[in-house]
Design a protein around this ligand. Structure first.
Ligand SMILES: Cc1ncc(COP(=O)(O)O)c(C=O)c1O
Length: 347
């Protein structure tokens, strides 16, 4: 006998990338930034720890919203803050999708969307990409309450155009979530959609470009009416004091973040060339990772061989994904070690 709802019993649960114990791995499997956050973030955390921990945090993260509003050219009532963007994804499913209703995603994409649909006991329809840089033609499914589009996508790192997303948002009846977790590593974002469409939610995270995956902060941008509704379903104090202070400090030092993004981009360019020289097919990346097709040796054996050499990349043991590995762009030194290991094992 089980105490759980049948859909919870039936689901496997989201599998996050491996987090090995100890520091002896070069960790290129979960798209973390290889550089630390701004020193201002550390200062803000220290200050917060020393003064305010006994008090609850601001439930609506007003200081972060005000600062983000200035930086992103929005108003604070168009912004919600989450405990990572995963928290915002949970709120979205809770707020817009009842049991048995429909969520749509292109495939492949971020696998948490599917897990959240299962928790909600919603139906998930996955529409395969035919080309990674275009939305699938039949993505507009009648009755879909929410459509998730990660842009840049994971695990492919590819993007679809702003124009395509805008046209799609105008055509569907439900909510379009554009998950821009990796957008800062690309060239263009979809922020103007929020001003043009009242059914679009754009998600950002501090986990990637701001190097703060351990702190868990995400932003959602949308029409004030949507933000107001999402506020009703969030946990009451969903972002800790430390995380709010850190996020504010990070937004006050975007110059630093820009500089680190520049380093990641330049290492990405070098890594692409090195992988191509090794004969591997690399998909065009607008993010801080590369989706790399392998044939001889297989993706699985490259993943395993790299792991033996203490380099962790991501291998997805799923049909349609198991001929590729996903490699996070690390520091220059980490990248050199990776390239040497690949030369060794492919040579
Ligand atoms: C596409 C995508 N969206 C959201 C997230 C989650 O980000 P966060 O750390 O803000 O929860 C990830 C994490 O890897 C991701 O790949």
């Amino acid at each position: 006998m089980s105490y759980f709802r049948p859909n919870i019993d039936a689901m496997e649960g989201y599998t996050p990338g491996e987090q090995p114990k100890g520091d002896d791995f070069i960790k290129l499997n979960t798209n973390e930034n290889p550089y630390p956050p701004s020193m201002k973030v550390y200062d803000a955390i220290r200050e917060e720890v020393n003064t305010n921990l006994r008090k609850y945090p601001d439930p609506v993260c007003q200081a972060v919203r005000d600062k983000a509003a200035v930086i992103y050219g929005l108003t604070a009532d168009q912004i919600i803050v989450g405990n990572g963007s995963d928290d915002l994804l949970t709120m979205i499913c809770r707020a817009f999708v009842s049991e048995g209703e429909l969520i749509v995603q292109p495939y492949p994409t971020y696998s948490l969307y599917e897990a959240l649909a299962q928790i909600q006991n919603a139906k998930m329809k996955s529409i395969p990409f035919t080309e990674f840089n275009h939305l699938p033609e039949d993505l507009a499914v009648p009755g879909a309450k929410v459509t998730f589009v990660a842009n840049p996508n994971s695990p492919t790192g590819t993007v679809v155009s702003f124009e395509e997303l805008s046209e799609f948002a105008g055509r569907i009846k439900g909510i379009l979530v554009v998950d821009e977790a990796y957008v800062d590593f690309g060239e263009r974002n979809s922020l103007p959609l929020v001003q043009e469409h009242d059914n679009v939610i754009i998600l950002r995270t501090f986990s990637k470009s701001f190097s703060m995956a351990g702190l868990r902060v995400g932003l959602g941008f949308a029409h004030p009416g949507l933000i107001h509704g999402l506020m009703k379903v969030k946990d009451s104090y969903n972002v800790s004091r430390i995380s709010q202070a850190a996020a504010l400090a990070a937004l006050e030092d975007t110059e630093y973040t820009e500089a680190m993004i520049g380093r990641v981009r330049s290492t990405r360019g070098r890594l692409v060339v090195a992988l191509q020289v090794l004969g591997l097919h690399v998909y065009s990346s607008h993010s801080n990772f590369l989706w790399v097709r392998c044939s001889q040796p297989s993706a699985k054996s490259i993943y395993e061989e790299l792991k033996l050499r203490k380099i962790l990349v991501r291998f997805f043991n799923h049909p349609g994904l198991d001929d590729c590995i996903r490699i996070t762009v690390g520091t220059d030194d980490q990248t050199d070690t990776l390239i040497d290991a690949l030369k060794d094992l492919m040579g």
